[in-house]
Design a protein around this ligand. Structure first.
Ligand SMILES: [Zn+2]
Length: 98
């Protein structure tokens, strides 16, 4: 049984303090994405955040491929992605709502 099956949506996982480990077989990159950041990102974009759908919205930062590893983790995040502060989040939301 995979660790992902405990959660229906990414919000469920983020509420438990989980982060998301992603891995790309194309270029061998591994990263851990901050769970709360990811939950907010999906929320403002109104993306489907069911666990099975996560990889549809995530691309490898190095080679652009879809990750083939997407797994709940409690490792610390290794990526810092925009937006980070409230002003940046507001700008993103404003751009999306236009
Ligand atoms: Zn890659």
């Amino acid at each position: 049984m995979s660790a992902n099956s405990r959660f229906e949506t990414w919000s469920d996982a983020a509420r438990k303090g989980a982060n998301l480990a992603v891995g790309c077989s194309g270029c061998d990159r591994r990263a851990v994405i901050d769970g709360k950041w990811l939950d907010r990102k999906f929320f403002v974009h109104r993306w489907d955040n069911r666990m099975a759908m996560l990889s549809q919205r995530i691309r490898c930062g190095r080679c652009g491929a879809r990750p083939d590893l997407v797994r709940v983790t409690h490792q610390r995040p290794t990526l810092v992605l925009p937006p980070q502060d409230e002003a940046e989040w507001r700008k993103l939301v404003a751009r999306l709502r236009r």
